[in-house]
Design a protein around this ligand. Sequence first.
Ligand code: AMP
Length: 585
Amino acid sequence: MSETIIGIDLGTTNSEVAIVEQGKVKIIEHNGQKILPSFVGIDQDDKVIVGEQARKQYLLYPERTVKSIKRLMGQDAQVNLAGKSFTPQEISAIILKTLKQTAEQYLGKSVSKAVITVPAYFSDAQRQATREAGEIAGLEVLRMINEPTAAALSYGAAQDQAKKMLVYDLGGGTFDVSVVNVESGVVEVLSSHGDNYLGGDDFDQQIINFLLDHIKNTYQIDASSDIKAMARIARTAENAKLALSNQPFVQIQEEYLLELQGSPIHLSVELSRHEYEDMIEEYINATLDAVHIALKGAKTASSGIDEIILVGGSTRTPCIRERLFNEFGFEPHAEVDPDLCVSMGAAIQAAMIAGEKVDTVLVDVTPYTYGTSALGILNGESYPFTFVPVIHKNSTLPISKTEAFTTSYDGQEFVDINIYQGEQPDALNNTKIGDFQVTGLKDVKAGNVITLTLELDLNGILHVSAREKYSGMEKSITIKNALSHFEGEKLEKAKQRVTSMFGQMDTRLFDEDKSEPEQADTPEIKQARELINKAEKLLDQVSSEDKEDISELVKTINNLIESGDLQGLDKPTMQLSDIIYYLES
Ligand code: AMP
């Protein structure tokens, strides 16, 4: 039996894993849930926790929890988790390894190969970092496909009729838009555009700023330096945002948020959908600008689009749907699940690679232009960093293009080659993604021809080679983000680190041991019991009013634990934690 290749959507907010099984796509559930929140934490017992458990911990112990790590992928960054330092690749690897194990448990065999989706607009460095995260997790990343392409694949694979679709993908941290042609099983991306730093997190931030301003204006307190209060403000901001997708007003309430001269501050403020829409208008405008660039790239007008597919949780925001309706004159497609279609597409691509019978062909494009710099004319003047495009935006992948350059003086022994990604005529306004030097050139007159070949593979990763024509000397590299790159010993060390952390993982992350008769406390119950202990120790020192509140909450929590109602446990636990936090500070 051939090895199963899994399809993974590694999202800013949520992640999923899927496979094709007997010709059908199946999202594999992790503890009964299709969606794994992209949160990683280290609990009080120094065990790794991932997903829902880590998401809950974020409120109580934000310094022990990481969220939205995808926003740091490809950067030379370190994140602090319970006093230890991690790279974004390592944190992402922990999420990937959890999904790998989820799939292994379902399949009953080991899994070592995956297709992982990335935002179409992810840069070379971000793609490399994603591949490295896969390697650290023990997964060979056979292909990275673009998220809107995966969504189109999951939808288009079932289409008979020819259609031109616009895929509008707004998640927690990234925005992508693609124009895709679907015809007789061929899913062909015509153009892609986007923004790697635009998503629901930015919408949350607008509400957070509004709340911080409100607190400052009302109480003259700056809450932004209080990490615990900020975790609660962030939670309440996101909840308010979600509520405003369904209702015109929301009352934002957080009790015992802060303390002012010995008295508690309870946050209570109303936010209307109208006010919220004003806060995010600029972001929505930016997405529509990107839509127009994608349409132009596909040489299509709005009227040429037959269907709109919405991908990503943030597309549930009503004003986005309204703006798209106004632009295109019809409602976006509602049948496709915006949370799941990306991982479904990844699974289809994985099945295609595994050679399973899938009647679909996928053709994707690059969302960026790649090139080098050379002496040229810019704005009518001679300029040494004029951008020389070699591979143009929206070229079909894979692609290889060669450009010839000449040495500029006699006996020139080396040439510096800079590689850029972007659309600006001044190379310095584009993103430099690497450089290298071709040395040991033949001692000949100026005009020695150097050919530069850029090759963009199906994963959107760039390989570069240069050749001196005179001697045939050749040099090639894969552009790498030198600072954060994982290979050799560094990769092995990261693998061992993540593997050993999994050795200490809370095994309740996987509900494998169903036969255990004596159930240990679940993490939720354990957390609640810890809080009750803490609260009881404080009872002697508090006012009778607080005592009453605490006793009431302890009673409620104990009743819920007894009845096994873990869902209901969330709210009173949080309330108790808020009171303890207030009393302790
Ligand atoms: P994704 O990265 O696709 O999982 O999308 C996650 C983002 O979608 C987060 O910023 C969520 O807050 C946001 N989101 C989820 N549901 C809704 C909703 N009903 N209304 C607005 N935003 C939402």
